[in-house]
Design a protein around this ligand. Structure first.
Ligand code: PLP
Length: 402
């Protein structure tokens, strides 16, 4: 007997399960469109050259130690990261009303931010889009938010944003609800609100006194341009909202397993910053005590050096351009095959993902018959496609749809 007999098997995490099935599958034509990680033209993971360069340099730097970092991480990292999000010339930064703290990638940022809002501001209601990244709800519930709500986002029929539904749902939200917004490259749909739509979202949130919590996991990945991808966050700041934003360097730096993130906080009163930093310190202290250094050092060094920064921006452009090319290639193949339906949404969507519109049955058909691994929602990671497998993917989709 064991006292642990009470522990029951939990459900698998779909995306990691699919990734494992892919790795274990011996089929020569297998394709992995599940996990949200960049792949190069040969389907291989890509360590950004600027990251490799920094790592080689760091390996020879005897002054780098493995001492503990401060609880809130490396200040130069957080400052550079906050400036990347809000803009170098941000008045909120200049007036001392905006600051950042280093966190464990995007997920850790969401968790620390949510815990601050729950424990110190007493917020209990939060809204996430349907669909959203499948971890949002769990992170907020585990942070103490007892009232999860959803807002409409995807109109399956039009394969577009359900903007009227979104506005209607936000309009009926109770005051002080926290609204999770994807800063850019909405996961999983790949559809972002237009600037006009963002303005209307801000109007409703202001009117209903809702709190914006941005999730920025793909800055630079959507358009290839860091400033353009930060437009929505900067707009909300300009409108005078107090807000928080979780930044992740998993995708845009390819530092997935290094857990590099930053939680940005923008508040109205700069004199409150010391108290907020002290409470964030206690939240982190009780959760994981302090963050790791390696990845944050890489990002801090790259952001601080103009030449390295430019080099990184070229990497982002290259990655986002490859994704756009593959979107076009997939649509072109489907048109060539005469696959029924309209496939324009594949090229209209942005970021790593496409919400293909394939049904669960069709998605499963692709996994079982073609060894093409994708989520049952029909979401595919576009950069799992490359010139050697895009035709195969289109044929499989054609077979599933016809
Ligand atoms: N938010 C969104 C929308 C994501 O897609 C992801 C990763 O897939 C994350 C946050 C967090 O990722 P990480 O914790 O690896 O930075």
């Amino acid at each position: 007997t064991s006292r642990f007999e009470v522990v029951q098997q939990g459900p698998p995490i779909e995306v990691f399960q699919l990734n494992r099935m892919f790795l274990e599958d011996p089929h020569p034509s297998k394709v992995n469109l599940s996990i949200g990680a960049y792949r190069d033209e040969n389907g291989k993971p890509w360590v950004l050259p600027v990251v490799r360069k920094m790592e080689k340099q760091m390996a020879n730097d005897e002054t780098l130690l493995h001492e503990y970092l401060p609880v809130l991480g490396i200040e130069q990292f957080s400052a550079a990261s906050t400036a990347m999000l809000l803009g170098e010339d941000s008045p909120a930064i200049a007036s001392g009303r905006a600051f950042g703290v280093q966190t464990l990638s995007g997920t850790g940022s969401l968790r620390v931010g949510a815990e601050l809002l729950n424990k110190h501001l007493g917020y209990t209601d939060f809204y996430y889009s349907v669909p959203t990244w499948d971890n949002h709800r769990l992170v907020f519930v585990n942070s103490g938010f007892t009232n999860p709500h959803t807002y409409r986002y995807w109109n399956a029929q039009d394969r577009a944003i359900d903007f009227d539904g979104l506005i209607e749902d936000l309009r009926s939200a109770p005051e002080n609800s926290v609204v999770l917004l994807h800063a850019c490259a909405h996961n999983p749909t790949g559809i972002d609100p237009t600037q006009e739509q963002w303005e209307k979202i801000a109007d409703v949130m202001e009117e209903r006194k809702l709190f914006p919590f941005f999730d920025s996991a793909y800055q630079g990945f959507a358009s290839g341009d860091l400033d353009q991808d930060a437009w929505a966050v900067r707009y909300f700041v300009k409108r005078g909202f107090e807000l928080v934003c979780a930044q992740s360097y998993a995708k845009n730096f390819g530092l997935y397993n290094e857990r590099v993130g930053n939680l940005v906080l923008v508040i109205n009163d700069a004199s409150l910053v010391p108290a907020m930093k002290s409470q964030l310190t206690w939240i982190v202290r009780g959760m994981y005590s302090n963050p790791p250094a390696h990845g944050a050092r890489i990002v801090a060094n790259v952001l601080a050096n103009k030449q390295l920064f430019d080099e990184w921006k070229e990497h982002i452009k290259l990655m986002s351009a490859r994704v756009i090319q593959m979107r076009e290639a997939l649509r072109a193949e489907l048109i060539k095959l005469g696959t029924p339906g309209n496939w324009d949404h594949i090229v209209k969507q942005i970021g790593l993902f496409s919400y293909t519109g394939l049904t669960q049955r069709q998605a499963e058909h692709l996994v079982q018959e073609y060894h093409i691994y994708l989520l049952k929602s029909g979401r595919i990671n576009i950069c799992g496609l490359n010139p050697s497998n895009v035709e195969y993917m289109a044929k499989a989709m054609n077979d599933a749809v016809v």
